[in-house]
Design a protein around this ligand. Structure first.
Ligand code: OXD
Ligand code: MN
Length: 602
């Protein structure tokens, strides 16, 4: 399968939705002059356009149409095997000074970087079509919503952006004709999909992104990690709101009381699963609904509470491990109208991956396009294979997902993948302590980014790869936001991944996480007991509803809730790496929080 394709020649009425905003026209012309495409395709986001582009993508061998009966309206894309994940080492924040990007980001000087990128882009789209994608992030009538334009030479990007964003006319309307209006400029070119010429560059001051040399979603759907998080976090600090790597879910009690929570977990740590959780049988009448599975934009409402919107329009989730057992709502969401990347295909044109329900097929074509059988040494689906599916496919989509003002957040949850140290759940004493807890988040790395898997790394608020400015300033922004909140959400930390001494997970996770969520909601309602510990408030065993929880012994629960002083002393020492890295950028408040924790641990 190929990523790079020759220019297409759309019929009249397709690809001609030229912008009427002069600043967009000028920019498109400038990029076209540089990249030299054969033609320019202005997207309008219509169904007619979508059909046409999907047809072209199949014809050009960029997509394979899957079995219409098994997975209606769905397609498979195979990326270049050298291009299967985000590339954090080639992701740059280009601010005028290195200090603005801060010590946790890769910094490069804007002028030099523009020059380098322009050199790479010169003539890069020769013989190709240059697509112009107008899109918005956020519900159409939200004050938080941002307009973006992405230029790309990849049909796969256009088709993915149509799922992941509100694209086309809705965006050109929102922007209007004001040439001075704020909008994000995104330029993407596959170049020759060469890891040596792969750069994902952000210019926060210019509200500009340039991504070259990759076709992988997280690097090239510029709406997502690039705009909604990296540029978004920069704008959020400037404009007084929060752009976070968080899912947003609604949880309703049998009596009809509803709460929303936002939760930050690092990539591939179960955000999508948590956002679509199905409560166990014992929780009859409880209902969990999804606002978003990856990104939250949050602002302070008139009542002093924090309100969140999901800027996205679809889910770009990790496929392997998804099953009717682990996440039935995700399975229902991806049964139709889904764009798959790097999964395996069965003989009858269905999709397959490790961890899917039922036995493996006796033969399939693996993610690289090779024959595969259960005896093959290689995985059939890449560990970071993905689905892109419209959020409207989700059977538990929250009815308020389009609410422009957002939904009120009762609790914020931080969490990582930790084999030890971190108990199942604890509550921070207050906002400032909660910011410290979030700032000290750590997690074992996953396949979502290139590099070693399974190593514990500090990932503050799950934003290490996504914070578009100095992390110390980001913590300060969080501290300041707390001071502005009359009714701040409570802050919690969870860990679904703690293991016993013999390496087995102590907690079943998935639907049973409802038991932890219930305690969190109880706390938010001012009910629900807790015991004070050195690290925060912990549930007492009887404070967690564990009825009908199978195969988890009392000893396991005790282990799950334990705070081991020796592990915590190690944790405190490990935190030093982040304090050292941030040096003078680390806010005083967090230095003091760490000292207080050390004191409490004795
Ligand atoms: C994602 C990621 O794709 O965090 O959401 O990598
Ligand atoms: Mn993510």
């Amino acid at each position: 399968m190929t990523d790079i394709a020759p220019a297409i020649s759309p019929p009249i009425g397709i690809g001609d939705a030229k912008s009427t905003n002069q600043s967009v026209l000028d920019w498109v012309q400038e990029v076209a002059r540089l990249c030299g495409p054969e033609n320019i395709f202005w997207c309008d986001g219509s169904e007619k356009e979508n059909e046409y582009l999907r047809g072209e993508a199949v014809r050009q061998n960029i997509l394979i149409k899957l079995n219409e009966e098994k997975v209606p309206g769905s397609y498979l894309h195979r990326s270049n095997p050298n291009d299967v994940a985000r590339v954090e080492q080639f992701t740059l924040i280009c601010t005028p000074t290195k200090e603005e990007a801060g010590p946790t980001n890769n910094w490069a000087a804007p002028d030099e970087t523009y020059t380098k990128l322009h050199r790479m882009l010169k003539g890069a789209m020769r013989g190709r079509t240059m697509f112009v994608i107008p899109y918005i992030m956020g519900p159409p009538d939200s004050p938080l919503t941002k307009v973006g334009f992405e230029i790309t030479d990849s049909i796969y990007v256009v088709l993915s952006m149509r799922i992941m964003t509100r694209m086309g006319v809705v965006a050109t309307k929102r922007l209007g004709n004001d040439a001075s209006a704020e909008w994000n400029r995104g330029v993407h070119s596959l170049l020759d999909v060469n890891p040596e010429r792969r750069w994902i560059c952000h210019f926060p001051q210019d509200n500009t992104i340039i991504s070259v040399g990759s076709g992988y979603g997280g690097n090239v759907l510029l709406s997502k990690k690039c705009l909604a998080l990296r540029i978004g976090s920069y704008l959020a600090r400037k404009q007084g709101w929060l752009a976070e790597h968080m899912l947003i879910l609604g949880v309703q009690s049998p009596e009809g009381r509803k709460h929303y929570v936002a939760a930050a977990f690092p990539s591939a740590c179960g955000k999508t699963n948590f956002a679509m959780l199905i409560p166990p049988k014992h929780f009859k009448g409880w209902k969990v609904t999804t606002i978003g599975d990856d990104i939250a934009w949050m602002q302070i409402g008139g009542d002093g509470r924090l309100y969140a919107v999901n800027p996205e329009n679809g889910y770009f989730g990790v496929v392997p491990g998804t099953s009717y057992k682990s996440n039935p709502n995700a399975m229902k969401s991806i049964e139709h109208d889904t764009l798959y990347t790097n999964v395996a295909m069965t003989n009858d044109g269905d999709v397959w991956w490790e961890g899917k329900d039922g036995p493996p097929p006796t033969h399939a074509i693996d993610w690289k396009g090779n024959d595969w059988t259960p005896d093959s040494k290689e995985k059939a689906a890449h560990p970071n294979s993905r689905f892109a599916t419209p959020m409207r496919n989700n059977p538990v989509l929250d009815p308020d997902v389009e609410k422009g003002d957002g939904v009120p957040i009762s609790a914020i949850i931080f969490g990582g993948r930790r084999s030890d140290t971190m108990p199942l759940v604890f509550q921070a004493f207050d906002w400032e302590h909660g910011v410290y807890v979030g700032a000290m988040m750590a997690s074992e790395t996953t396949a979502a980014a290139t590099g070693a898997v399974g190593q514990v790394r500090r990932d503050p608020m799950a934003m290490l790869p996504f914070c578009g400015y100095n992390m110390g300033e980001y913590f300060r922004h969080w501290l300041r936001t707390g001071a502005r909140l009359k009714n701040p959400p409570l802050i919690f930390h969870v860990n679904w991944f703690r293991k016993s001494a013999d390496g087995k997970f102590l907690w079943p996770g998935f639907g049973d996480n409802m038991r932890v969520l219930k305690w969190i909601i109880d706390r938010a309602e001012g009910r629900g007991g807790a015991q004070k510990s050195p690290i925060g408030f912990l549930p007492r065993r009887e404070g967690l509803d564990l009825d009908e929880l199978e195969n988890v012994s009392n000893a396991a629960i005790e282990e799950l809730l334990a705070v081991q002083p020796n592990e915590w002393k190690k944790e405190l020492a490990n935190q030093e790496s982040l304090f050292e890295k941030l040096g003078g950028d680390m806010p005083e408040e967090l230095i003091a929080q760490r000292a207080k924790l050390a004191q409490r641990l004795g």
